[in-house]
Design a protein around this ligand. Structure first.
Ligand code: ADP
Ligand code: ADP
Length: 236
């Protein structure tokens, strides 16, 4: 359903992503591993068209993502929910409002300022928080939560976008082991219950092995491994 064909991204002389071809099936949970600088976050940013590819094609359900513009491009980005290492919540807003931002995108600041959200959006956001065991924190300021809780708020914010894909860029790199487990458990549960494809950059092999159906290894912009955790274990 999501297909990358011979995709290259050059930043001047650096080939951040170098002739990568990958196909992602609906409902997969994929761990992308590799050292810092391997091209993992560039890969995610190419998929949601935050940056354009230098060469090659990215297609979702047969439609090329590279030629989208305006409303179609915004719609595509909404279908690719992003999770970041540093959570990217609005600290001074409460948790529920942070999740509601997922319903409207970040371009519309007025409803956020005045907290004018339709009742059904508020219900949707509350349900998402409940799925992540964060309903009791709904009215707390985001920055009063622990890092692991904040990352689960970011997952709730992603969920209410009704995404086809969740693109997670080092979602557990800032967390202690316990919170890392809670966040990966939450991503896996959503992946399986909602059949949302999750593509997750991870810098540790252990997390990828424990949670993902498939591991893609990158080095110097290229895919150097693509297979199951068992196949990876057999190789190293
Ligand atoms: P990773 O996520 O695996 O750490 P990145 O995708 O961030 O790797 O980076 C891959 C390579 O591309 C690195 O050499 C990085 O310095 C380079 N790079 C990434 N983004 C840019 C940019 N906006 N401008 C120039 N070089 C970049
Ligand atoms: P990562 O966490 O993936 O290693 P970085 O810290 O390397 O990311 O990069 C953070 C930001 O800086 C990204 O937006 C990336 O595009 C940009 N960047 C990375 N490398 C370079 C570079 N060599 N020149 C310019 N921008 C870069």
């Amino acid at each position: 359903m999501l297909e990358l064909r011979n995709v290259t991204k050059a930043f001047r002389e650096t080939l951040a992503v170098n002739n990568v071809s990958l196909t992602f099936e609906p409902g997969q949970m994929v761990g992308v591993i590799g050292r810092s600088g391997a091209g993992k976050s560039t890969l995610l940013r190419l998929i949601n068209r935050l940056i354009p590819a230098s060469e090659g094609e990215i297609a979702f359900e047969g439609t090329s993502v590279g030629t989208l513009s305006g409303r179609e491009l915004r719609a595509w980005r909404a279908r690719c929910a992003m999770i970041f290492q540093q959570f990217n919540l609005v600290n001074r807003l409460d948790v529920l409002t942070n999740v509601l931002i997922g319903r409207i995108g970040t371009a519309h600041t007025l409803p956020v300022m005045f907290k004018h959200f339709p009742a059904d959006d508020r219900a949707t956001a509350a349900l998402a928080l409940d799925r992540l065991d964060l309903l009791p924190q709904a009215l707390q300021r985001a920055d009063t939560l622990s890092g692991g809780q904040q990352q689960r708020v970011a997952i709730a914010r992603a969920l209410v976008q009704n995404p086809s894909l969740i693109l997670a860029d080092e979602p557990i790199a800032s967390l202690d082991p316990r919170n890392a487990r809670l966040v990966m458990d939450a991503l896996r549960r959503i992946n399986q219950q909602d059949r949302i494809t999750v593509i997750c950059n991870l810098h540790t092999l252990d997390a990828a092995r424990a949670y993902c159906d498939r591991i893609v290894g990158m080095a110097h912009g290229r895919v150097v491994f693509d297979g199951s955790p068992e196949q990876l274990t057999a190789r190293v």
